[in-house]
Design a protein around this ligand. Structure first.
Ligand SMILES: C[S@@+](CC[C@H](N)C(=O)[O-])C[C@H]1O[C@@H](n2cnc3c(N)ncnc32)[C@H](O)[C@@H]1O
Length: 271
C-alpha cells in the first residue's frame, strides 16, 4: 500500500473529472486519433501512477471519435490493490495491461511504442530529477504527454479564517517534501515540466483545472481539511491550539462555505 486508498481516490474522482481541462483532454484524444489514422494500429497509452484508472475513465468519457477498442492502456502503479480494482472495473470493456512497478525505475517503465504517456494527480509528487529522466525517454520516441491535476499552490476558502494563510504556507512547504521520488516539485510541477519539455522540442499547452468545491462536496472537503491539518501539525511552527481551532472552524463550514484548490493540466506534443 502507498497511502492512496480506493475510498480516497473514489471520493476525489467527481471533483477531478469536473476540474479536468476539457480542451486539453480533447486535444489529447485528437493526438491519439491522428496516430490511429496514420498507422491503423492500436494506440498505446501508458498511464503512470494509474490508481484505479481515473484517467482511463476521463478519456473514455470524452472519446467520441476513437473506439475504446483501438486503445491499449498500460496502467502502471506500485499498488497492486489499485490495479486490481482498475482491472475489475474496466478489464471487460477496455484493453488493459497492468504493470505493478515502481515509477522511479524509469529505465524499466513500459513505454515502448506509446503514443501518449498520461498521469493525473502525480507530477506534484515527483522530483525534478524524475521529470528530467522521464522526458529524455519520451522525447527519444516522440511520445506525447498529458499530465493532469497538478496542484499549483493556491487554496482559497470562504468564509475566511485568520490562520488560512499560515496553514497554506505550511502546506505548500509540506508539498515539497519527499514523496518517494526525492524532493517533490509540489506547486512547481507544471512550470518545471513545461520548461523541460519545451527545451526538448515539445509544444506545450497548459490549462487550469481547479477544484471548485461547494456544500455538495462536503465529504471531500472534510477529508481534505483533516489531511491538511495532519500534514502541517509538526515541523512548521504552527501553534497546536490555533491549528485545532482552524480545523474545527473549517469542518464546521464544510457544508456552508466554498473551497477552491488550484490545479493545472499540461499537454505536450512533439513539435
Ligand atoms: C494521487 S494518486 C493518483 C491516482 C490516479 N492517477 C488518480 O488520478 O486517481 C497517485 C498514484 O501514484 C501511485 N504512486 C505513487 N508513487 C509511486 C511510485 N513510486 N511508483 C508507482 N506508483 C506510485 C500511487 O499508488 C497512486 O495510485
Amino acid at each position: 500500500m502507498t497511502g492512496f486508498s480506493i475510498s480516497w481516490l473514489d471520493l476525489r474522482e467527481k471533483a477531478d473529472f469536473a476540474a479536468r481541462n476539457k480542451q486539453l483532454l480533447i486535444q489529447a484524444l485528437a493526438w491519439l486519433r491522428a496516430g490511429y489514422d496514420a498507422l491503423a494500429v492500436n494506440i498505446i497509452v501508458v498511464d503512470l501512477g494509474a490508481g484505479t484508472g481515473s484517467t482511463l475513465r476521463a478519456m473514455s468519457a470524452l472519446n467520441f471519435s476513437l473506439g475504446v477498442n483501438h486503445i491499449l492502456w498500460r496502467l502502471v502503479d506500485q499498488d497492486g490493490d489499485l490495479l486490481d480494482t482498475a482491472l475489475l472495473r474496466h478489464g471487460k470493456t477496455c484493453q488493459i495491461e497492468d504493470y505493478q512497478a515502481d515509477l522511479t525505475v524509469i529505465e524499466e517503465l513500459p513505454l515502448a511504442g506509446a503514443r501518449l504517456v498520461t498521469a493525473s494527480a502525480l507530477f506534484d509528487l515527483v522530483s525534478g530529477d524524475f521529470v528530467d529522466k522521464l522526458v529524455v525517454r519520451i522525447a527519444h520516441h516522440r511520445t506525447g504527454i498529458y499530465a493532469a491535476l497538478n496542484y499549483d499552490g493556491t487554496t482559497t476558502w470562504t468564509p475566511t479564517h485568520p490562520l488560512d494563510k499560515a496553514v497554506l504556507a505550511a502546506f505548500n512547504l509540506d508539498q515539497r517534501c519527499d514523496k518517494g521520488f526525492g524532493l517533490a516539485l509540489g506547486p512547481d510541477a507544471t512550470g518545471y515540466l513545461k520548461k523541460i519539455l519545451e527545451n526538448s522540442g515539445y509544444t506545450v499547452l497548459v490549462g487550469s483545472s481547479a477544484w471548485l468545491l461547494t456544500a455538495e462536496d462536503h465529504a471531500l472537503v472534510s477529508e481534505l481539511i483533516s489531511g491538511i491539518a495532519r500534514a502541517v501539525a509538526v515541523g512548521y511552527g504552527l501553534d497546536a491550539d490555533a491549528l485545532k481551532d482552524w480545523e474545527i472552524f473549517r469542518l464546521k463550514h464544510a457544508q456552508l462555505g466554498t473551497c477552491t484548490i488550484g490545479h493545472q493540466d499540461l499537454l505536450a506534443l512533439p513539435a
